[in-house]
Design a protein around this ligand. Structure first.
Ligand SMILES: NC(=O)c1ccc[n+]([C@@H]2O[C@H](COP(=O)([O-])OP(=O)(O)OC[C@H]3O[C@@H](n4cnc5c(N)ncnc54)[C@H](O)[C@@H]3O)[C@@H](O)[C@H]2O)c1
Length: 439
């Protein structure tokens, strides 16, 4: 018998705060309001729609995940956000142009009430946009202001717990720096307004100091620095990231494990896409694109393991392009041209043309992450939540490990972690017992 972990109940209300009130966050919030009113179903959300098998296949025990683990109820959620623009969530959703007005009007009153808090912003980290709704003061002072925002939200809405999911724009790529090594040096440079501290690090620092779990939906460096990782451990706060796995990378991590499972070789993989939303505008800047490129490119290397399978994958050529094309709006179009080879080296091609809606794919991820991060904290999990890799393009991982990118392994890990939490046997898929063979 496996021992169940002691998980605190999901009593009271959960606050979900998002730095960024743009396409993803407003699509997420509008969706939750619609679902609460029974106007829509939570398609794409594993926490809401998926079942989990418990025990053998002959036991026929497959509850919904949300009935199996103690998750916050959607009716008990309150939202808040920070943004550099002062549009409320309804106005921001209209501008983002993801949801049609017929879907927004039903939840207009709820969305209008969400007015963005003043943002921590620095043009050095995001070049292509600027707005009026910003905090003032030193970086240290702004970190304290974010802590105040969290406390105020908690007391005004009478919340039991809060989680933060970064839904803001992608910051420019920066490397880890010695000042990120320890909490002392991090706080020192925070007080000295050092250029090595990004706005997202300020939100994350404030969140962890307030005991609030933090998930990073963008590819930039935030909690994956020793100072914040250690702080999260010390404070018992879960962190996860980086970069929501949607669109093209989702498809990559579906197709690549299949090719590898069948030992089909890869000559090259060219991915290009066009998108025209504000995210695309920010990614049009080379610094922000660099963050995205690194995050998008790493998946294939780790899935194919070219060092282990040099004949199949060592010389594979991989290129990723993102092109800002305003007429597309949030309707991204991605093309993947994949050159593979099989028996005797005979070449074959796969072409993928994914006409996706970025924020429609990202919104249920925000919901699942918020609910699972809250669950993790109540279960006493802290620091990096590798079991949530399923949702990320560049999953955080312990320094001595390589990240797991294979969607199917990530999925098994996620479900086995839930079984582990609840004291259920992990599923190995061995299944010999059905054939009268001793396991
Ligand atoms: N949509 C997807 O499928 C997807 C997938 C993976 C990652 N992402 C990432 O999610 C993030 C959000 O995407 P989106 O499509 O909603 O973008 P968006 O441009 O519509 O929204 C981002 C918002 O963040 C605001 N912002 C920028 N810097 C901020 C700061 N320091 N503090 C507070 N607000 C700030 C912007 O003003 C903007 O309103 C982006 O970083 C994007 O790269 C999106």
């Amino acid at each position: 018998m496996v021992k169940k972990i002691d998980i605190k109940p999901a009593k009271g209300k959960l606050g979900i705060m998002t730095p960024g009130l743009g396409a993803v966050s407003t699509t997420f919030m509008a969706g939750v309001f619609r679902i609460r009113k029974n106007l829509s179903k939570p398609f794409g959300s594993v926490s809401q729609m998926q079942t989990i098998r418990l025990g053998g296949r002959d036991e026929k025990r497959s509850p919904l995940i949300r009935d199996f683990v103690p998750l916050a109820d959607l009716r008990d959620i309150e939202f808040a956000a920070w943004d550099i623009f002062d549009d409320n969530a309804y106005e921001a959703a209209v501008k983002a142009g993801v949801l049609e007005s017929k879907h927004l009007e039903d939840v207009k009153d709820e969305l209008e009430k969400i007015k963005p808090l003043k943002a921590v912003f620095d043009r050095k980290f995001i070049h292509n946009i600027d707005g009026p709704n910003k905090k003032e003061g030193s970086k240290w002072e702004m970190a304290q202001q974010v802590r105040e925002d969290i406390k105020k939200f908690k007391s005004e809405k009478n919340l039991d717990r809060v989680v933060i999911v970064w839904c803001g724009s992608t910051e420019v790529h920066i490397e880890k720096h010695p000042v990120h090594e320890s909490l002392e040096s991090f706080e020192d440079v925070l007080k000295n307004d050092d250029e090595w501290i990004s706005p997202s690090m300020i939100y994350a620092y404030a969140a962890i100091m307030e005991g609030v779990p933090y998930a990073n939906g963008a590819p930039h460096l935030t909690t994956d620095i020793p100072a914040l990782e250690k702080l999260a451990e010390q404070k018992g706060v879960p962190v996860s990231g980086n970069d929501f796995k949607t669109g093209q990378t989702l498809m990559k991590t579906v197709v690549a494990p299949g090719l590898k499972a069948r030992m089909l070789g890869l000559k090259g993989w060219f991915s290009t896409n066009i998108l025209g939303n504000r995210d695309g505008l920010v990614l049009d800047d080379p610094g922000s694109f660099k963050s995205k490129e690194i995050s998008k490119k790493s998946a294939l290397d780790f899935i194919f393991q070219p060092d282990m399978y040099p004949d199949l994958y060592k010389d594979a050529y991989h290129k990723v392009r993102i092109n800002y094309y305003p007429p597309k709006g949030d309707d991204k179009e991605g093309w993947d041209h994949i050159d593979i080879f099989g028996w005797l080296g005979y070449p074959m091609q796969i072409k993928l043309n994914f006409l996706c809606k970025d924020s429609i794919l990202a919104a249920p991820i925000v919901l699942d992450l918020a609910l699972f991060m809250d669950l993790a904290q109540r279960a006493g999990f802290k620091g990096i939540q590798e079991w949530l890799s399923f949702y990320f393009k560049a999953p955080l991982h312990a320094p001595e490990l390589y990240p797991e990118h294979d969607l199917f392994i990530q999925h098994t890990k996620l479900k086995n972690t839930l079984r582990h939490m609840m004291g259920e046997e992990l599923i190995t898929h061995l299944g010999l017992k059905y054939y009268d063979v001793k396991e």
